[in-house]
Design a binder for this molecule. Structure first.
Ligand code: NAD
Length: 494
């Protein structure tokens, strides 16, 4: 096969379901957003679906002041009180699953089934932090030489600025807002301007749950640089939690260093995935499909570099390419659609370029590689086999539906190539040999490893990266500690 290719979209898949779109639009109408502001588009149709306020740096600081003023009273509430409000918020999110899922599909493009999955995943953080809020985090110990005792306490860090990306509009917000509130912190949350609507809706549900409106302030702006300069340098800010690309994370770390802010950085990935000769083929195809194609490949933990051992490579590539070529591309609201649109035109151009360059470098196109005529931003699920290690697609974070497959012969070689990157978020291992699975997982320089499965995330897991993929953890009890200061009182004893 050669490239480039352009294929005609099948109109039904492209159109999606009119009633589903109407449901999403009725939720948007209820948000009470201004007619003018930053436009928000549906990536499947290109339609403008809303606008959100373009808040200036001064406006953002005014929002910060509102949150800060509410913070002291919130910090004094009992953990039980905070937990019960978070529980109520969780219940409201679950009750509104359909509205939220439709909103996610409309603004971000993922399939409705995946959007429902995100509501489950995103709401799990709210429930988990309702549960974690009431677990005592402090301690008591006598000093070894006697004469005094230590009372160890956890207190809220203070005002937290939360900056989220566009790829998981609900989950990236709840996994920051819920632990911050559970710990007793007020927050300013800045969603990505590509997908801000879900954040507005879920924060409105927090309000309906009884969480004071002043505590959680949403700020949208077209000038993220001015926003972070003003808000992170404000002395009232004590913490910044960011999910996004590594270059922006580094910029924020520099600003945060001036105020010695607590930071959590969930940054880019370049996830290696290893399929060994002794893997179960069907399980590997399912797992790699999920690790690669979930969210259309637009996930920080997506399998980015797929290494397949020589003995299984031909069979794997054939089965995997067949699976991808049978995955319909279309509007996330379309019946049977497996892969939705990419977030913007730039992403489609990048998929086109990565594919064309890889083929020119000597990779074999096994399926896909096509762009689509008509509105919306689509790219076909693509399998490139025998990708040369130096090809750009084998080195950058792809963030789209291209599976770049390389082959390897020994375990040592596979591990060395997997670790040959400055990133370290997710890694994957497929093998039926338990010793090998655990040994390879131990050797991977990543914050998390999926073993024989492609979807390792869970609200109960301490998610985060090593190397240039980030600092800090989200989810689980560790995620709560990110919003707490540890202090001690040394009490003299007679
Ligand atoms: P991005 O870094 O461009 O933007 C992320 C957010 O930061 C957006 O809200 C954006 O408006 C904001 N932003 C951009 N410049 C800013 C600045 N100077 N000051 C303050 N805010 C600023 O990333 P993206 O394209 O939205 O998301 C994709 C990237 O995010 C990928 O690299 C992906 O790996 C990463 N990501 C990481 C995780 C994780 O948990 N590690 C999760 C999802 C996405």
């Amino acid at each position: 096969m050669t490239s480039p290719l352009t294929v005609r979209q099948e109109s039904e898949l492209l159109a999606g379901s009119a009633s589903a779109i109407a449901l999403a639009d009725s939720v948007i109408a209820g948000l009470g957003l201004p007619a003018d502001g930053i436009p928000v588009h549906d990536p499947a149709t290109g339609q403008r679906i809303a606008s959100v306020p373009d808040v200036s740096a001064a406006g953002a600081v005014a929002e910060l002041a509102i949150a800060d003023a509410a913070g002291a009273a919130w910090a004094r509430t009992t953990a039980r009180h905070r937990a019960s409000l978070l529980s109520r918020w969780y219940e409201l999110i679950v009750e509104h699953t359909e509205e939220i899922a439709h909103l996610i599909t409309r603004e971000m493009g993922k399939t409705l089934a995946e959007a429902r999955g995100e509501v489950k995943y995103g709401s799990d953080f709210v429930r988990l932090y309702a549960e974690e809020a009431v677990r005592p985090g402090g301690g008591f110990r006598d000093v070894p030489d006697g004469g005094s005792s230590l009372l160890i306490k956890r207190s809220p860090v203070g005002l937290a600025v939360l900056i989220t990306p566009w790829n998981f509009p609900l989950a990236m917000a709840t996994r920051k807002i819920a632990p911050a509130l559970a710990a007793g912190c007020p927050v300013v949350v800045k969603p990505a301007t590509l997908t801000p609507l879900t954040t507005y809706f879920v924060v409105e549900l927090a309000r309906r749950a009884g969480i004071p409106a002043e505590l959680v302030r949403v700020v949208t702006t077209s000038n993220a640089g001015d926003f972070s300069d003003a808000v992170l340098r404000d002395p009232r800010t004590r913490k910044v939690s960011f999910t996004g690309s590594t270059p922006v994370g580094k910029q924020l770390l520099r600003i945060a260093s001036d105020g010695v802010l607590r930071t959590s950085m969930e940054l880019g990935g370049n996830g290696p995935l290893l399929v060994f000769d002794d893997a179960d083929l069907e399980r590997a195809v399912d797992g790699v499909f999920a690790a690669k194609l979930r969210n259309g490949g637009q996930s920080c933990i997506a399998a980015n570099r797929i290494y397949v051992q020589d003995g299984i490579a031909d069979a794997f590539v054939e089965a995997f390419a067949e699976r991808l070529s049978a995955s319909p591309v279309g509007n996330g609201f379309g019946e049977g659609v497996a892969v939705g649109p990419l977030i913007d035109e730039r992403a489609v151009r990048e998929m086109r370029a990565l594919t064309d360059e890889a083929i020119a470098d000597g990779a074999e196109l096994r399926t896909g590689g096509a762009t689509y005529e008509g509105p919306g931003q689509f790219f076909a699920p693509t399998v490139l086999d025998r990708v040369p290690a130096e090809s750009r697609v084998a080195n950058v974070e792809i963030f789209g539906p291209i599976a770049a497959i390389q082959r390897f012969s020994s375990e040592e070689e596979g591990i060395a190539r997997a670790n040959d990157t400055e990133f370290g978020l997710a890694g994957y291992v497929f093998t039926e040999n338990l010793d090998r699975a655990l040994n390879v997982a131990d050797a991977l320089e990543t914050g998390l490893v999926g073993i024989n499965q492609g979807v390792p995330s869970n609200a109960a897991a301490p998610f985060g990266g090593v190397k240039q993929s980030g600092l800090g953890r989200e989810g689980s009890a560790e995620g709560l500690e990110e919003y707490q200061n540890v202090r001690f009182y040394n009490v003299a004893r007679r």
